[in-house]
Design a protein around this ligand. Structure first.
Ligand code: VG1
Ligand code: CO
Length: 553
């Protein structure tokens, strides 16, 4: 068909179901995306509402999961038919989520389409996903995602160029209709940005002096990035990156960097593997699309909420933040550990709903430098996505300067600021109707709970979290049920917006303690009473039939 390129307007016979994109765009089963017109309808709906991009650049790339290549070919032909001037696409279709954000910003693109279902399993029977990021490099704000959603309900045709597939394996430039396609190295721009922020010399020296680390790419997108950054640029030993080849099906795994799913790494770091009596000093993992991180020391787990607080408290040790940070932000369910750091530093701390899109406005307005979520996401204004490898490099930079262990860094932090004991319990695959009923039951108790005691704790506030964006005054309601106790302890209930099967109930539990001896080290034990209270107040067992969570973090 080459040489005979024409734009075709396709009538979409199968009406799109008008799927509302969740916290991270549209995530569905691959089989659904493969249905005729499904992906096309979503992409056209995006193009129809994002404004005047004619002649401008679009960035396209994904985490390399099953259907990535096919989806990119469709997007390229549609972008050409819809009048984009140029598309920048990662080699082999690969761009981690933070790398895509980096490229959008660096190349001043109009926006980007990122193909990923993050940590959700991949393969023909698993998940695929797509989201639109705006010119600042961040996920589209709710105003835009709502417009996309509305458009998907009315769309009846899309434009696509009749053309052959584009070669994505070789770096270089080619024409597709009137549009230019440039295949770029997936790692270069991102690696350069990391070198401009962190003290690579100090980290190189740390590693050369025998500091042992291991990074688990979980067979997903960070493999190629981590090999270049840790092994080539920083001189870490070959093999430092484990599971470093990105596979279409993530080798059948679930690339979610937490204590349950990153078991291979946890075994190495807790010395449980055979012949591994002396674990490395430092271990880390990232998720399917490279935006999450888990940080481990020798036989030691750092909660993401503590990690955010510690990065903020130590930011001045990193060249990129040596002039100080403007402010911090955390999602509502994230522990208040970072609030205490902000207090001491005399900077603002913002509390936003779950999902990275809420941080973008704050960063664009210069109000916030670092931000994070309890769900293993931390980041800064260097891009507009959370960034797994960035967090790992931040920790390495701190360790290189302070020359102490991960555990010592955390212990010293708690000694100075007190400790926010924290855990999240996930109940996956719950009946969606039952989960919704449980939330309604909780809502019916908003008036009744305050003033009541549970154990020796008095309920102060019980409500649904709503957020008014301090920059554009937009309001987001229904962002999670909060039970706040007089002593600062909290229980939060939320339904996940990223799952693709049934409902996932998330219960977040937190208490604050300055006397570290009193509660001991183990968070589950320290939070035992609150965990029971959460089950009682929500009538968890009655609604979900569950007594034990699927995942504890
Ligand atoms: C989850 C996390 C949330 C995160 C989102 C996207 O959402 O809780 O903090 O922003 O995933 O992360 P939910 O609605 O399932 O709780 V990623 O790494 O999947 O882009
Ligand atoms: Co992710």
């Amino acid at each position: 068909m080459c040489g005979d390129k024409m734009t075709v307007s396709v009538q979409t016979t199968a009406p799109f179901e008008g799927q509302r994109p969740g916290t991270s765009g549209l995530r569905k089963k691959v089989k659904l995306f493969q249905q005729q017109h499904y992906l096309e309808n979503f992409v056209q709906s995006v193009f129809d509402v994002i404004g005047d991009y004619r002649g401008r650049t679009l960035v396209v790339g994904g985490d390399g999961r099953y259907y990535n290549r096919e989806a990119i070919q469709i997007i390229l032909r549609m972008a050409a038919a819809n009048g984009f001037g140029k598309v920048l696409v990662g080699q082999n279709g690969i761009l981690s989520t933070p790398a895509a954000s980096c490229v959008i910003r660096k190349q001043k693109a109009y926006g980007g389409l990122i193909l990923s279902a993050s940590h959700n399993p991949a393969g023909p029977d698993e998940d695929f996903g797509i989201k639109y990021n705006i010119g600042n490099g961040g996920p589209a704000p709710e105003m835009v995602t709502e417009a996309i959603f509305a458009r998907t309900g009315t769309i009846d045709q899309y434009k696509i160029l009749a053309a052959d597939d584009i070669e994505l394996d070789q770096i270089g430039s080619m024409q597709l209709g009137d549009m230019q396609v440039e295949v770029i190295d997936s790692v270069t721009d991102y690696a350069e940005l990391m070198e401009s922020i962190f003290d690579f010399d100090a980290i190189r020296k740390l590693l050369a002096d025998g500091f042992n680390m291991v990074f688990d790419a979980m067979h997903a997108v960070t493999g190629p990035y981590a090999r270049v950054i840790f092994e080539e640029k920083l001189g870490a030993a070959a093999g430092t990156v484990m599971n470093g080849i990105a596979r279409e099906d993530f080798a059948g795994g679930h690339p979610d960097p937490n204590l349950t799913y990153a078991k291979a790494l946890v075994d190495v770091m807790f010395g449980d593997g055979p012949g591994n009596e002396s674990p490395p000093e430092f271990g880390a993992a990232s998720d399917g699309d490279g935006d999450r991180n888990m940080i481990l020391g020798k036989r030691f787990f750092v909660t993401p909420s503590d990690s955010l607080a510690i990065l903020a408290a130590n930011a001045q040790l990193v060249p990129g933040y040596s002039n100080g940070i403007a402010g911090v932000a955390r999602s509502m369910p994230t522990s208040a550990a970072v609030d205490r750091v902000a207090d001491r530093l005399g900077i603002d701390c913002f509390e936003t709903p779950t999902g990275w899109k809420f941080f973008g406005n704050l960063m664009d307005a210069g109000k916030v430098t670092l931000c994070g979520e309890e769900s293993f996401g931390t980041g800064s204004n260097h891009v507009r996505e959370k960034d797994g490898l960035w967090a790992v490099l931040f920790w390495l930079n701190i360790l290189a300067v302070r020359n102490v262990s991960v555990e010592q860094v955390v212990m010293e932090h708690w000694a100075l600021y007190g400790r926010n004991y924290y855990t999240r319990h996930d109940y996956e695959g719950v009946d969606a109707v039952k989960a919704e009923q449980m939330i309604q039951h909780l809502q019916s108790r908003f008036e009744k709970l305050p003033g009541n005691n549970f154990g020796d704790r008095l309920v102060k506030v019980c409500d649904d979290f709503s957020y008014t964006d301090p920059v554009d005054q937009s309001v987001s309601t229904g962002q999670g049920i909060r039970i706040i106790f007089e002593d600062g302890a909290r229980i939060i209930f939320r339904l996940s917006g990223t799952g693709t099967e049934g409902a996932t109930v998330r219960i977040y539990i937190e208490s604050f303690e300055t006397d570290l001896e009193k509660q001991g080290l183990d968070a589950q034990a320290a939070l035992g009473d609150l965990i029971k209270t959460a089950a009682t107040i929500s009538r968890l067992k009655e609604f979900t039939g569950r007594t034990e969570p699927t995942v504890i973090t």
